[in-house]
Design a protein around this ligand. Structure first.
Ligand code: PSU
Ligand code: MN
Length: 302
């Protein structure tokens, strides 16, 4: 599969010299945020990672290649082109063989990062088991990927549009450690807390890097979830966001939205129903994840 990878000079140089690198996804750019906030956020994330002494590698698919690192022009395409497809594990063969443009989800970014030798990845939130998942079988491929691909994913937990309890049960069954970075309960994206505890609490980038390193030294394949709550000042009120999510989910049901369209639809409705406040929260939590991921990458022994 390495024949499908291409690198920017900055990322190539970092990987060749064992410098810390942090992967970033493009689904959040193409399908997770509106223009121009998506491209602004993506660029700012890259800068935040550089400020921590690591090199950012934003990952996307174009012209039959998995790009490890995107230049400004390419990033603009992911931010504006309406034909960009959402790519998870199952979509790679189709998107690469047809030369279409593909934005990588958490699952797909993990696959590409592992192939490139990148160990740490910053995103917004991971996918999970959807509410009513026991009926619809809508379980994000992100979870399966976390069980088998060696990348640590720094995220603000999972959105409460998901069934967080079942999401955590799945991760436990599949041996994926859920670490609370300076927190005790699993964060639910827009808010710092949920009704669920994390498995382990760690306080510093160094402790986190040590735990990541130990897992893989043991030969225990698969990723880790490093849950990093949204900063207090950007967090939303739990009751407000819960009511909005309920409404967005029932609209999705009424309009028969299903499969991979569910997450982008709900995100967009939540944004409109909160007058853009949820977007601002989303942006701030992604910045925070980029910062923590940069610190953890810099602490990992290479
Ligand atoms: N959560 C967000 N924003 C996003 C996503 C999740 O707050 O953009 C994206 C991520 O790329 C994640 C994907 O991997 O949605 C999950 O989609 P699905 O539920 O279809 O697996
Ligand atoms: Mn899904």
């Amino acid at each position: 599969m390495k024949e499908f990878l291409t690198y920017t000079d900055e990322v190539k140089h970092a990987l060749d010299n064992n410098l810390p690198v942090v992967a970033l996804e493009t689904t959040i750019v193409s399908h997770g945020m509106p223009y121009p906030q998506n491209v602004e956020t993506a660029k700012r994330c890259e800068q935040i990672i550089r400020d921590q002494g690591a090199v950012p590698a934003t990952i996307g698919i174009m012209n039959g290649k998995i790009k490890i690192g995107l230049n400004d022009e390419e990033l603009e395409v992911f931010a504006t082109n309406q034909d960009v497809q959402k790519v998870s594990r199952r979509d790679f063969p189709y998107i690469l063989s047809t030369g279409k443009i593909g934005a990588t989800t958490v699952a797909a970014t993990m696959i590409a990062a592992e192939l490139a030798g990148i160990k740490v990845f910053a995103t917004g939130g991971i996918g999970g088991v959807h509410r009513d998942g026991e009926v619809s079988w809508d379980v994000s491929a992100d979870l399966m990927e976390l069980s088998q691909t060696n990348v640590a994913v720094v995220c603000a937990g999972a959105k409460s549009i998901l069934d967080i309890g079942r999401t955590l049960e799945y991760l436990e069954t599949h041996g994926v450690p859920v670490v609370g970075y300076q927190c005790q309960t699993f964060p639910s994206f827009y808010t710092r807390e949920s009704e669920y505890e994390v498995d382990f609490r760690l306080e510093t980038p160094n402790e986190t890097a040590n735990m990541i390193d130990t897992k893989w030294k043991l030969g225990l394949d698969g990723g880790l979830v490093i849950a990093n709550p949204v900063p207090e000042e950007a967090a939303m009120n739990y009751e407000t966001i819960e009511a909005v999510i309920q409404q967005a989910l029932s609209e999705a049901k009424e309009q028969h939205i299903s499969g991979k369209a569910v997450t982008p639809f709900v995100l967009d409705r939540v944004k409109s129903l909160t007058d853009g406040k949820s977007l601002e929260t989303n942006i701030q939590l992604v910045y925070h994840n980029a910062e923590v991921a940069g610190k953890i990458a810099a602490s990992l022994k290479h």
